[in-house]
Design a protein around this ligand. Structure first.
Ligand code: NDP
Ligand code: 2IT
Length: 449
């Protein structure tokens, strides 16, 4: 851990004390505070009016019971969360995650990260995140629908196109958004398209939203590689996960001339040195909702499936972690560096542990932090809100062009901010400072609220 100055250390101590046991939240706050030392030194006015303390405290936290009936007629209970973190720049905006590991600390870390990420997009959106410890794995379509309806029966009263606008995240894709939006519409008797993003194209969704996070991360890494006169062309890449973000990262890397040699799910990873057959991954994951081990079973020779183990043992030049938080340990980072990694683009939120980030920085690896690199998803969500507000629908090309411009803008903002604060090439510092300054300036203008 980097040393913090006395004031920032005191703020961090208070965050740990008031949010006991929420380790992921502590980790996310610590990383931002480590970047703020340089801001505070240059702009002491940012320590006034408890601005930093207020930014670390969510505006509102909602925790609720979600009862539902499974296919056998048994009553099940899950816990629902929505952390409305910061609305200084616009309505709360951020995804909903269904995964058994979900707890208030995880949702809080995600909401905190989202606040700075959304600020970096330059769009009028605040930060929030929600979810449940519901495990969708193995559940029937009917069970998923009943769960989503029960979840929304409580949450709907806290949402609205000017209040809080959810989207998907782990375990929540187009199907779940449809069920939640349907229940919202039924409960409010309003076709309020702008209250959800990631919707289906028939009822107000945006073209390119499904692809946006993965495509956006790839655009960001492309811009980062270009600063060293490099590109994706002919490079070996590893993408962890095989969900929404991973699939569309692989699609864009392939378009840019890279070769993806491995991807994974929570059971293990597959290696195909000839290049992953993306159509088969899509069929397995998007259509059949099956395990990634199926890939090896169907393809056979020339491919491997490794149960458990670390996908980061597979040699590559570009690594795009796109599964979950803390999936790259210090050991994994050292292995990647040893095998010649030149760039890392975080598709997932906080996939690298603090030790891994340190290893990448010390080795001079181009490192794109999630809050900058994966912002293309939420940026395209903001474009979806824009289309809904004007009752318009853009073409795929038009939307992707906007996404590419936004990602280039985020890259350049992070690079310029890092330079301004005396750390050229440090995208972590650039992202944290640029995001913070936007949110803090707006909060100050709005008074002590
Ligand atoms: P999906 O549910 O579509 O896919 C998640 C993938 O990660 C699956 O392959 C899943 O495997 C794997 N995974 C999830 N949890 C774990 C775990 N604890 N250990 C190992 N593997 C795991 O989610 P998304 O692709 O939408 O999200 C992936 C990451 O990207 C998350 O960190 C999310 O917060 C972030 N993100 C998502 C955005 C979006 O627009 N969807 C936008 C920005 C960031 P399995 O199926 O076995 O669980
Ligand atoms: O982490 C994220 O940025 C998301 N899950 C997408 C949020 C959104 O509102 O589109």
């Amino acid at each position: 851990m980097l040393q913090l100055d006395e004031k920032l250390e005191a703020i961090f101590g208070e965050v740990v004390r008031r949010n006991a046991g929420e380790t992921e939240f502590h980790q996310a706050v610590r990383e931002v505070l480590e970047s703020l030392g340089r801001v505070v030194a240059k702009r002491p006015d940012f320590t006034a009016d408890a601005l930093i303390e207020r930014i670390c405290e969510p505006e509102r936290q909602i925790i609720f019971r979600v009862p539902w009936v499974d296919d056998r007629g048994n009553v099940q209970i899950n816990r629902g969360f929505r952390v409305q973190f910061n609305s200084a720049l616009g309505p709360y905006k951020g995804g909903i995650r269904f995964h058994p590991s979900v707890n208030v600390g995880i949702i809080k870390f995600l909401g905190f990260e989202q606040t700075f990420k959304n600020a970096l997009t330059g769009m009028p959106i605040g930060g929030g995140k929600g979810g449940s410890d519901f495990n969708p794995r193995g559940r029937s379509n009917g069970e998923i629908m009943r769960f989503c309806q029960s979840f929304m029966t409580e949450l709907y009263r806290h949402l609205g196109e000017y209040t809080d606008v959810p989207a998907g995240d782990i375990g929540v894709g187009g199907r779940e958004i449809g069920y939640m939006f349907g229940q919202y519409k039924r409960l409010t008797n309003r076709f309020e398209a702008g209250v959800f993003t990631g919707k289906g194209l028939l009822y107000g969704g945006s073209r390119a939203r499904t692809e946006a996070t993965g495509y956006g991360n790839t655009y960001f890494v492309q811009a980062m590689l270009a600063t060293r006169g490099r590109s994706f062309e002919g490079r070996k890449c590893v993408v962890s996960g095989s969900g929404n973000v991973a699939i569309y990262t692989m699609e864009k890397i392939r378009e840019f001339g890279g070769t993806i040699v491995a991807c994974s799910d929570s059971n293990g990873y597959i290696v195909d040195e000839k290049g992953i057959d993306l159509d088969l991954v899509k069929e397995i994951k998007e259509v059949r909702r099956a395990r990634i081990s199926e890939y090896h079973r169907l393809k056979g020779t020339g491919t491997h499936y490794i149960e458990k183990g670390s996908i980061w043992d597979v040699a590559c030049e570009v690594a795009m972690p796109s599964a979950t938080q803390n999936e790259i340990s210090g050991r994994d980072a050292r292995e990647l560096v040893k095998n010649g990694v030149v760039a890392v683009g975080e598709g997932a939120n906080m996939p690298s542990t603090p030790e891994a980030v340190r290893v990448f920085r010390e080795a001079g690896v181009l490192f794109a932090p999630g809050k900058a690199a994966n912002a293309g998803g939420v940026a395209t969500s903001a474009l979806e809100m824009q289309q809904n507000a004007s009752r318009d629908s853009w073409t795929f090309e038009q939307t992707e062009t906007r996404l590419a411009t936004i990602m280039r803008g985020i890259h350049d903002t992070c690079a310029a901010t890092a330079e301004e604060y005396g750390a050229p090439g440090d995208y972590v510092l650039g992202a944290n400072i640029a995001g913070f300054v936007r949110v803090a300036e707006s909060m100050r203008a709005l008074g002590v609220i």
